[in-house]
Ligand binder design. Sequence first.
Ligand code: ADP
Length: 397
Amino acid sequence: MKVLSINAGSSSLKFQMYEMPEEEVLISGRFERIGLDKAFYTIKYNGDKIQKEAELKNHGVCVEILINELLENKVIESLDEIKAVGHRIVHGGDKYSESVVIDKDVIKTIEDLSSLAPLHNPANLMGVKAFMKKIPNAVQVACFDTAFHQTMKEDRYLYAVPYDWYKKDGVRKYGFHGMSHRYVSERLSELVDKDYSNVIVCHIGNGGSISLVRDGKCVDTSMGFTPNAGIIMGSRCGDIDYSIIPYIAKKRGLSLEEIDTILNKESGMLGTSEISSDFRDIDEEIAKKNKQAIMAHYLFVNSIVNYIARYYVELNGRIDAIAFTAGVGENAPHVRRMVIDRLSCLGFKIDREKNDAIRFGKEGLVSAVDSKIPVYVIPTDEEVMIARDTYRLSNCE
Ligand code: ADP
């Protein structure tokens, strides 16, 4: 059965088509600069990667092109072969603790939740609506970034603000990157070969979050009400003292919106290093002994160490494994080494050789044999999680 896995943003749409349940990727690609000039799309198929320029007026046009490409490349003979489409939806609020088949009510709820994710939910819905129009017979499934974290208890997700803010306006920790945390924690449990496991998942990419997962259920996670909380990220500040906001607003005459943009897009590694939000650029500067790059790097590592140590202590050290994933976690051995070295007092120990060898999509153990806790690198695969849920739910229809 053919299943499409879709991740639609405001100006991009990523797709992957699977043969399920084999989980074989048949074709994948992305549309970029939707609604803008110089729009283009790339497709990976049969080991080839092609890039084409196209006028991508809206998401509907992308779906049109995507389907033509599927037919032209003979991935499908007819549209009826696409039985189900799974969509990544950023915010499911506290309404959804798992993926669901999309109907009118679900669309309405996702729309209502847009106040919590004004940039993401409307963009995700554009993708949903475009596919519903073009392939009305396919089952459409919503897979929420927040759903996996809905198992957090009140004493984890509440902030110490008036309770009324939570009750009336939904101010609480939601957590994000749920599909990734779920994928990696499930894989980690397989690797440690235990039915019940306590694991820490470090998803460190341009955005980053760390989760504590017990028996497959999220206990706590570093992102909060928005993805801007937790560890330092490429351009997001992570946890800060909120009082900075009114202080800097007054001092510089900035509006709340302007500060919000700065804390999301001009802070984190970019803000502290004044070089880039991309760790590769910062690494280049570190190699040249750029002091500010080195400082930014330490600050970043500190924020990761703090979360791992906190979760470790909270479970009295009963952690079965930890895993690194996403752009930095999978490809930057020196970050993993610095983090693990800092945790040596807890019995963590890196195997330098193994650690240096695991990059670019490889999975494996990077800790030493005498490390108290095994440390793995597990390349994340949010798309396959979407395809799995979509396949499962469409078979229940
Ligand atoms: P997101 O999905 O949050 O946009 P990714 O998980 O794709 O991010 O991670 C992208 C980031 O990973 C890049 O911005 C870069 O900082 C980092 N990255 C990718 N490759 C490397 C590498 N070889 N060394 C260091 N950092 C890398």
